[in-house]
Every structure is written in C-alpha cells, then in structure tokens.
Design a protein around this ligand. Structure first.
Ligand SMILES: [Zn+2]
Length: 146
C-alpha cells in the first residue's frame, strides 16, 4: 500500500512537472498578446472606431449635417493626435526603414481621414477617390471631404 501511494505521488509530481511549464507558457503568451496593444495603439484604434461610427451614423441618417460636421471635426482632431502620439511612442524602438514605412502608413491614414473615405465595415482610412476598401474590399460610400 505504501509503495502504491508513493508511486502515485511520484506520478503526480511527474505530471505537475510536465504540465506546469506548459500552463506558465500559455499564460505568458496570453500576457504577451495583451502587451502588444500599447496605450497609444489603443487610443488610435478607439479614435478611428469612433470616427467610423460617426461616418456610419451620418450615412444611416442618425446625424444631421451640423452634428456630423462638429463630431467629425472633433474626432478627426483626436484621431490625428492619437496617430501622432502612436508615431512618437513607436519611433524610439523602430529602425530607420520601419519608421519610414510607418510614416507612409500614417500619411496614408491622414489623407484618408482628411478626405473622409472611410470604410464603414472595418474603419480603414482609404486613399481619396477609392471606391472599395483597400483593407477588406467593402464598397465605399464616397463621403465628401469636409
Ligand atoms: Zn474595410
């Protein structure tokens, strides 16, 4: 009896020894995923989503012209500030070429924000004159520039 209890304890210890690092590894990877979304990225995402919602509500007739212009002005300013904050936060750790690529991405997003060619499906800021979203392929509504 003593032997079988001992064997059971050994088996349990072996199982723990194998499972514990796996659980820790899984936990670590989950934490890493959360860390990938930095504060500035989150702010940028929220600002772009809010801007998308305004465009969507306007198209759906939930906002009149005056509300739309006022909300869009506020949210565009916030989105641009968030883009700049994100750019500043990232530029410290980026290599030269990555920083240049990000600059291009931001310039593109800014152009999209200013022309208002926003995807109502995914919120992607498309180039002026785009008829379909470059990100998800959704048909764009061609909201005129403010
Ligand atoms: Zn899209």
């Amino acid at each position: 009896m003593v032997f079988s209890v001992g064997a059971l304890l050994v088996a349990a210890a072996v199982v723990l020894f194998i499972v514990q690092p796996m659980v820790k590894g899984l936990h670590a990877s989950l934490e890493r995923d959360e860390d990938e979304l930095t504060e500035t990225e989150a702010r940028k995402r929220v600002a772009l989503l809010a801007l998308r919602d305004v465009e969507y509500d306007y198209l759906a007739g939930k906002l009149d012209d005056e509300d739309y212009r006022s909300l869009k002005g506020e949210l565009t300013a916030e989105a641009l500030a968030a883009l700049e904050a994100d750019e500043t936060a990232r530029s410290g750790v980026l290599s030269g070429s990555a920083a240049a690529a990000l600059e291009a991405e931001i310039a593109e997003a800014r152009a999209g924000l200013r022309s208002g060619v926003f995807c109502s499906e995914c919120g992607f800021a498309n180039d002026p004159g785009s008829r379909f979203c470059s990100s998800c392929g959704h048909a764009l509504h061609g909201i005129p520039a403010a």
